[in-house]
Design a protein around this ligand. Sequence first.
Ligand SMILES: [Zn+2]
Length: 308
Amino acid sequence: MTDTLQKFMFEHAGVRGELVEISDTWQQILSHQQYPQAVKTILGELVAASALLSANLKFDGTMVMQIHGDGPIKLLVVECDAELHIRATAKLAPDAVVPDNAGLSELVHAHGNGRFVITLDPNNKLPGQQAYQGIVPLDGDTIAIIIENYMMRSEQLDTKLWLASDDKISRGMLLQKLPKTGGTESKVEDETEAWNRAVTLGSTLKQTELLETDIDTLLHRLFWEETIRVFDPQHPSFRCNCSREKVGNMLKMLGEEEVNTAINELGKLDINCDFCGKHYGFDKVDCAQLFVATTLVEATTTPGDSKH
Ligand SMILES: [Zn+2]
């Protein structure tokens, strides 16, 4: 089974939908990471949500969803680009205890200090162009509710999300009321009725059913009475764009002193990518080379800083 995202549209109703199932990609994400069950569920739901939201964006770049937690989960990151290349990782507190049935709030917002940020990072930034960032209030106990609230508040878009995830698969469905465009003859009451009808049908979907049923079957089972237009499916896949250069830049940001201390202590720096597990080794010579260019620049730009 390939990972698939299926867009569809309710004819004459001003409602669009998407179904996604992510299996291969999800298992590649999990293949080198060990997480408690409740963390896997939340990260998997976030992965499905990122694909559903990215597929609706007319945006050449990467959507980054980050939840900085103040409880057992310190960080959840999911990145999804316009071609639905996805990577994701989670970081737990060192002493984290995570019960299987732990909810989102207690894991990331235990003391009311959790932060959820969605960043749209364009691929070819123009000089001075900033990535767009939206702060998503953690005002619900599921990823679905939190994102529904956010879409309503920030985009004024009626959105409904259904998300489910286990070790094997992550599935999701999105329904969204299309923004009213001028020139259509449909009345507001008709559109509201069509939206309510779509949501009522969608709401018959149980979480276990979403986990166990392929999206073709779900689409027909839920909406067989409706006239639905189906678009060409898209295929999410795993991709990590880590590189030796990026790891080197990260070390540069730590600073020469810190890197030297570590290398003197350990002899060699072994760094594994959090997203794909790829190993990058930096020995003493590699580390020295990182700072050669920087040192030269500093030496020429800070003549006043002399040491004796
Ligand atoms: Zn990587």
